[in-house]
Write a protein that binds this ligand. Structure first.
Ligand code: SAH
Length: 441
């Protein structure tokens, strides 16, 4: 067959796609079909554990037997993912008889449709066909993916606002489509196509930047950052991420806002709302995860109250990543079956403290204390006074996942003094529990 394939974007939502075979090929093919909303009928006597999990979760229909002709009833597309060439040929012959396109893993030349190598960037899907050579398709796809990554990287972009990464052939409203299903609930007016004074309003994304290493932001967080008009950043966000912003992006350094902490928060809320109401796409970049001692909830409520659509992108929190960076798993089989994350910013005896330190002292598991250096002496004293053994291992990780990371290992009774002696400073996470030595050789 020498003629060129004709590329199409199949809109499979709610449409029956039959996958024959339950092995490695099917495991790779099924997720994209489900992502497209296809009604997947999987015919195979046995499934890989990954497919089994999807079947058990009700995401697809599994017929636990070999293929039978009636399986094709109502199908729009067939994917043959079995090695047996005779069985595959018979499926594909039946499909051809019924004018159903058929992809064949075993014999591309006999197939009536090919699956391309794909890369996705937000709403953009790039599909590459390699003229029957899947490896060539993948090589070209990888090159395009790299180009798109560079293109979307603010450092490499031209100074003129370049919004092609968010271009929406189906109309401008799609720009405001919530980035994940949960966002819709926060945005009851639908996709946020509301207008103020004739102009369209923008939106806000609360994005977790991760603990410090710029590579620990999520893929979605990074993409939104590259699309932002305004970035409002905390002190703890990785500087390198900001270094790479386009020159035309307005960068608001939230840590430089004066006034007291509550006044500063109001000010930040106001900046988010004002810029979004003026039509900007605002990324509020926050250290770690936005909802872990990050006041993300307050910002979300402020936006919601002003009718501004908000998306929240979770981040890798330092409460888990900082211990991990020091070789400490927050749970470990046979060592700790729980971990508790607590803020130490108030002293245990402070009237405003919401933490039951006496109760925490009775737990055996891992205690992770954020913002706890200043009050560490009082905290460890309180934990010991209420029953946590003084010799419980403790560790402190300063500036985890950055080049300046420092780790100190100690015990609960000595850790506060050791921190002073070593001159450790915030930001630091304190870990208390036997997990501190769980991975020691
Ligand atoms: N939302 C953040 C936490 C904000 S509170 C998160 O999920 O990580 C700020 C505290 O987080 C700091 O005082 C410190 O205890 C901790 N922290 C943040 N980044 C850190 C890092 N790279 N290393 C150690 N601790 C860190």
């Amino acid at each position: 067959m020498t003629s060129n394939p004709y590329p199409l974007g199949l809109r499979l939502h709610g449409r029956r796609v039959v996958v024959v075979g339950g092995g490695a090929v099917a495991t790779r093919r099924v997720p994209a079909l489900l992502d497209a909303g296809a009604d997947v009928l999987l015919v195979a006597p046995e499934l890989t554990p990954a497919l089994r999990a999807r079947a058990d979760a009700g995401r697809l229909h599994w017929v636990p037997r070999r293929f039978a002709p009636e399986d094709l009833d109502g199908a729009w597309l067939v994917q043959v993912a079995i090695d047996d060439p005779i069985a595959a040929a018979s499926v594909s012959a039946l499909a051809a008889e019924r004018r159903i396109f058929c992809v064949r893993a075993d014999d591309r030349s006999a197939a009536t449709a090919w699956t391309p190598a794909v890369t996705r960037h937000g709403p953009v899907t790039v599909a590459v066909l390699g003229g029957g050579d899947p490896r060539r398709a993948m090589t070209v796809r990888d090159a395009i993916r790299e180009l798109l990554a560079v293109r979307l990287s603010p450092a490499a972009a031209t100074p003129t606002p370049d919004r092609s990464a968010t271009s929406t052939p189906d109309g401008p409203g799609a720009v405001l489509t919530p980035d994940w299903p949960g966002a819709a609930a926060l945005n009851p007016d639908g996709v946020g196509a509301a207008a103020t004074g004739g102009g369209r309003i923008g939106r806000v994304a609360l994005v977790g930047s991760g603990p410090g290493d710029p590579e620990l932001i999520t893929v979605r967080g990074w993409r939104l950052l590259t699309e932002a008009d305004v970035v409002v950043a905390d002190r703890l966000v990785p500087g390198l991420l900001l270094d790479e912003l386009r020159p035309d992006v307005e960068l608001v350094d939230a840590s430089k806002i004066p006034y007291g902490p509550s006044r500063a928060q109001e000010e930040i809320n106001q900046i988010l709302v004002d810029r979004a109401l003026a039509g900007a796409f605002v990324v509020r970049l926050k250290g770690g995860d936005p909802y872990v001692f990050g006041r993300g909830g307050e910002e979300l409520l402020a936006c919601a109250a002003a009718g501004v659509p908000v998306t929240v992108v979770p981040g890798v929190t330092s409460s888990i990543a900082a211990p991990a960076a020091a070789g400490i798993p927050v749970t470990h089989r046979g060592v700790a079956h729980e971990f508790t994350v607590v803020s130490g910013h108030l002293a245990p005896d402070a009237p405003a403290s919401l933490v039951r330190w006496d109760a925490l002292a009775g737990l055996r598991g891992t205690l992770v204390i954020l913002m706890g250096l200043k009050n560490l002496a009082a905290i460890s004293r309180t934990l010991i006074a209420h029953g946590r053994p003084p010799q419980t291992p403790a560790a402190v990780v300063q500036e985890a996942t950055t080049g300046a990371q420092r780790v100190l290992r100690s015990t609960l009774d000595a850790v506060a003094a050791d921190v002073l002696a070593a001159d450790l400073r915030p930001p630091a996470v304190v870990v208390v529990g036997d997990v501190v030595h769980a991975l020691d050789g």
